[in-house]
Design a protein around this ligand. Structure first.
Ligand SMILES: Cc1cc2nc3c(=O)[nH]c(=O)nc-3n(C[C@H](O)[C@H](O)[C@H](O)COP(=O)(O)OP(=O)(O)OC[C@H]3O[C@@H](n4cnc5c(N)ncnc54)[C@H](O)[C@@H]3O)c2cc1C
Length: 481
C-alpha cells in the first residue's frame, strides 16, 4: 500500500522560516487557508487595497488540494454552459465564464510582475468524446456562447462517425468534419470509440511550487502589511456587527473582515452574534469527494499535453439531477518533470477515479491510496493512451486530494448575506485553479469598495439552492439578497 505521494509536494522546497501564531493579533483582513485561493486572495488584496493582511493556514502552504491536484490549467465548470444559462440566464452565465477565462491573463500578469520562475506551459489541449449526442451538448453550449458574442471552442467530428444525422442542422457551422484518424491523433489514442474532439487552451503548472513562490514574493514586497501564520488551525469564527474574532490555539485574531479560503471543510464553527445563524447552512453547503491520481515517468521525448476523455453519453449527463453525482471523466497531462536536480523526465499524470464522502471530516491527507484507483488508471492507459508502456506500469507517484462541492457546483465568492464581515472564496468543485485566481481578484474588488454586478458566484446564489426557485425569482433574490 502506498501513502499519499504527490509529485508537486515532492518538488516543493521551503527555505523560509515557518511562523505560527504566538500572541493575540489584530488585522484588517484575515484570510483562512493558504492554498491557491487564499494566496491569490492575499495577493490581490495587498496589490489593490492598502489593507493589512493576515494569512492563516492550519497545516502548511499548498498542502491541501493545491498540492494534490492534476496541475492542469484549464477553464472548466463542472456543469454544462447551457445548464448555467437555463438557471441564471445568458448574460450572467456568460459573465461568469468570461471572468474565469480571464484569469489566464491575471496569472500571466502576475508572472511578469513578480518575475516568477516556476515552470508553466500553455498549449492547445483536447477533450475527446465517444457519444455523438454528448457532442451535441457541447455544440449547444457553443451555440449559446456564439449568441452571447463569446469565444467558442473548436469541435472536430469524425466524418466516419455513425449517427451524424442526430446533429441538429442549425449547429452545422459550429464544427468541422475530419478524418477519424485526425481525431485519434489529436487525442494520442488508439481507442476508436472516440469520435470527436474539442480543443481549448490548456496549461500545466506545479501549483504548490507556484504559490510557495508567490508567498515569498508577498513576504518580501509587502513587508509590514502581510503576515503568514502556518500550523495555526482556526477552530472558531465569531462574527460581531463590524468585526470578527477568530480563535486559534489559546490566541485570538481580531479582523474587520475574514475570508474563508478553506476549500469548504468545516473543522471549525461560525457564531454570528449580529444576525441569523450561519453555522448550519455553511456546514451543509459543501460535500466532499476524494479524487485519486497516479503518475509515471518516461523519457523526455514528447511535448506537453493536457487531454480529457469523456466516455459518457448525453443520458449520463442529463439524467443526473445533481452534477456532484455525474459519471467521472478521465484527465491526463504530460509535462517535463525534474525528479531530482537535473534529472529530467516526462511525467504522465492521470486522474478521474473518485469517491464520495458522506462526512467530509472523515478525509485524512495521510490516508492510504486506493488500489482500485490504480487498476482503473492502468486499464485506462493500456486501452486509451497510445504511448503507454505495454506491460505493468511502474507508478512513481500515487496521490489523492479533497474536493469540496457546493450545491450549485460553482465556487462561492463574495460576502455572506447574513453578516458581511464574513467572506468566502471556496468550493473546489473539481477544477479550481483559474476560478480561485478569479475569486481572489473579485474579493479584493469587493474589499476596495467596488460595486459589482450580481454574479452566480455570490454566496446568496448558493444559499437559495440550485433549481429550487424559478430563474426569475433566483435572479431577483441574487440581486436583492
Ligand atoms: C485530485 C484533484 C485533481 C485536481 N485537478 C485539477 C486540475 O487539473 N485543474 C484545476 O484547475 N483544478 C484541479 N483540482 C482542483 C484544485 O486543485 C482546487 O480547486 C484548488 O487547489 C483549491 O484551492 P483552495 O485554495 O480553494 O483549497 P486548498 O488547496 O485545499 O486550500 C485550503 C486550505 O485551507 C486550510 N484550512 C482549512 N480549514 C482550516 C482552518 N480551520 N484553519 C486553518 N486552515 C484551514 C487547509 O489546510 C488548506 O491548506 C483538482 C483537485 C483534486 C483534489
Amino acid at each position: 500500500m502506498m501513502p499519499n505521494n504527490s509529485p508537486w509536494l515532492h518538488q516543493l522546497t521551503v527555505t523560509r522560516p515557518i511562523d505560527t501564531l504566538q500572541s493575540d493579533i489584530a488585522t484588517d483582513v484575515a484570510i483562512v487557508g493558504a492554498g491557491i485561493a487564499g494566496v491569490m486572495t492575499a495577493y490581490f488584496t495587498l496589490k489593490n487595497t492598502d489593507k493589512q493582511v493576515l494569512l492563516i493556514e492550519g497545516s502548511r502552504v499548498a498542502h491541501g488540494a493545491t498540492g494534490h491536484n492534476a496541475g492542469q490549467i484549464v477553464f472548466e465548470f463542472e456543469r454544462e454552459f447551457y445548464s448555467l444559462v437555463e438557471e441564471y440566464g445568458l448574460s450572467m452565465a456568460a459573465d461568469a465564464e468570461n471572468s474565469v477565462r480571464g484569469a489566464w491573463i491575471l496569472l500571466e500578469e502576475l508572472y511578469q510582475e513578480a518575475k516568477l520562475t516556476t515552470p508553466m506551459s500553455s498549449f492547445m489541449g483536447y477533450n475527446g468524446f465517444t457519444d455523438i449526442e454528448r457532442v451535441v451538448e457541447e455544440l449547444k453550449n457553443n451555440a449559446l456562447r456564439k449568441e452571447a458574442g463569446m469565444q467558442i471552442f473548436q469541435v472536430y467530428i469524425s466524418e466516419e462517425a455513425s449517427d451524424l444525422d442526430l446533429i441538429p442542422k442549425e449547429y452545422r457551422e459550429l464544427y468541422n468534419l475530419v478524418p477519424h484518424t485526425d481525431v485519434l491523433s489529436l487525442l494520442e489514442t488508439h481507442d476508436k470509440r472516440y469520435i470527436a474532439v474539442m480543443s481549448e487552451k490548456k496549461g500545466c503548472v506545479n501549483a504548490a511550487v507556484l504559490i510557495e513562490e508567490i508567498v515569498g514574493y508577498l513576504l518580501s514586497t509587502f513587508k509590514g502589511r502581510f503576515v503568514l501564520c502556518e500550523e495555526t488551525h482556526i477552530k472558531e469564527v465569531v462574527l460581531e456587527k463590524d468585526l470578527a474574532i477568530l480563535r486559534a490555539k489559546e490566541y485570538s485574531i481580531t479582523a474587520d473582515k475574514v475570508v474563508l479560503c478553506t476549500n469548504g471543510f468545516e473543522k471549525f464553527s461560525i457564531i454570528n452574534n449580529a444576525g441569523a445563524d450561519i453555522d448550519t447552512k455553511f456546514h451543509h453547503m459543501v460535500r466532499g469527494k476524494v479524487g485519486y491520481m497516479a503518475g509515471y515517468l518516461e523519457e523526455l521525448k514528447h511535448p506537453p499535453i493536457a487531454l480529457a476523455f469523456y466516455d459518457q453519453t448525453a443520458e449520463d449527463v442529463e439524467s443526473v439531477e445533481d452534477p456532484y453525482d455525474q459519471k467521472p471523466y478521465i484527465y491526463m497531462t504530460r509535462r517535463p518533470y525534474e525528479l531530482e536536480k537535473n534529472e529530467k523526465h516526462n511525467l504522465i499524470c492521470v486522474g478521474g477515479p473518485d469517491r464520495s464522502l458522506d462526512d467530509t471530516t472523515e478525509y485524512a491527507t495521510e490516508a492510504e491510496y486506493s488500489e482500485e484507483a490504480t487498476t482503473e488508471i492502468s486499464d485506462f492507459l493500456h486501452t486509451t493512451y497510445k504511448n503507454a508502456p505495454k506491460d505493468d506500469i511502474d507508478f512513481k507517484f500515487k496521490w489523492h486530494g479533497l474536493m469540496g462541492y457546493t450545491p450549485t457546483s460553482i465556487r462561492v465568492v463574495g460576502e455572506e448575506p447574513k453578516n458581511k464581515v464574513l467572506m468566502y472564496n471556496l468550493g473546489c468543485n473539481g477544477v479550481g485553479i483559474l476560478t480561485s485566481i478569479y475569486g481572489g481578484k473579485r474579493i479584493a474588488d469587493i474589499l476596495s469598495g467596488a460595486v459589482l454586478a450580481p454574479s452566480l458566484f455570490d454566496p446568496r446564489a448558493v444559499y437559495f439552492g440550485a433549481k429550487t426557485l424559478s430563474r426569475k425569482k433566483r435572479i431577483r433574490n441574487i440581486a436583492t439578497g
